[in-house]
Design a binder for this molecule. Structure first.
Ligand code: ATP
Ligand code: MG
Length: 139
């Protein structure tokens, strides 16, 4: 193993700056390589992670990203949790609609990310902020 990634433990990265978003991309890429995702799937999960980490920074006011490897006995994969203590997402259905943005973006981050991964879960509230969990499996 030469990635320098300890796959036995979750890898955490705080998200407070643009540089941290770059670090999230690098971490997710390294773990995706380690669990042997195809090049296409690596790119998909890195793209999703980049969008979600950017939302954590911009709308959540910063937060954390945690990357864990998963194994269901048949396939390996990676699971990524994006957590912030921001205002939460008031209307989740709307936020997941292509083109919906409150920040002058393209409104494709959440909806696009959902399509790029295998599992996608959101818990959000005004009290506890937003927690998004995504999983990508090797095939
Ligand atoms: N972590 C978050 N906390 C609070 N609101 C969020 C969070 N993530 C997304 N949102 C809300 O959901 C909307 C849609 O997010 P999405 O990433 O799809 O689009 P965007 O960030 O506005 O634009 P894009 O990502 O295409 O540049 C955001 O405009 C914002 O209102
Ligand atoms: Mg976005």
């Amino acid at each position: 193993m030469t990635t320098g990634i300890d796959l036995g433990h979750p890898q955490a990265q705080s998200v407070r700056s643009d540089e941290d978003v770059v670090r999230v991309r690098q971490l997710v890429r390294a773990v995706a390589v380690a669990v042997k995702l195809s090049l296409v799937d690596q790119t998909k999960v890195v793209t999703a992670a980049s969008e979600l980490a950017r939302n954590t920074l911009v709308y959540g006011g910063g937060g954390t990203v945690e990357v864990t490897t998963v194994d269901n006995g048949r396939r390996k994969g990676l699971r990524i949790v994006f957590a912030d203590s921001g205002p939460g997402i008031a209307d989740l259905d709307l936020a997941l609609t292509d083109g919906y943005t409150t920040g002058g973006g393209l409104g494709l981050g959440l909806s696009g990310s959902r399509r790029l991964v295998d599992e996608f879960e959101i818990e959000t509230s005004a009290e506890n902020g937003t927690r998004i969990t995504v999983t990508k499996w090797s095939r």
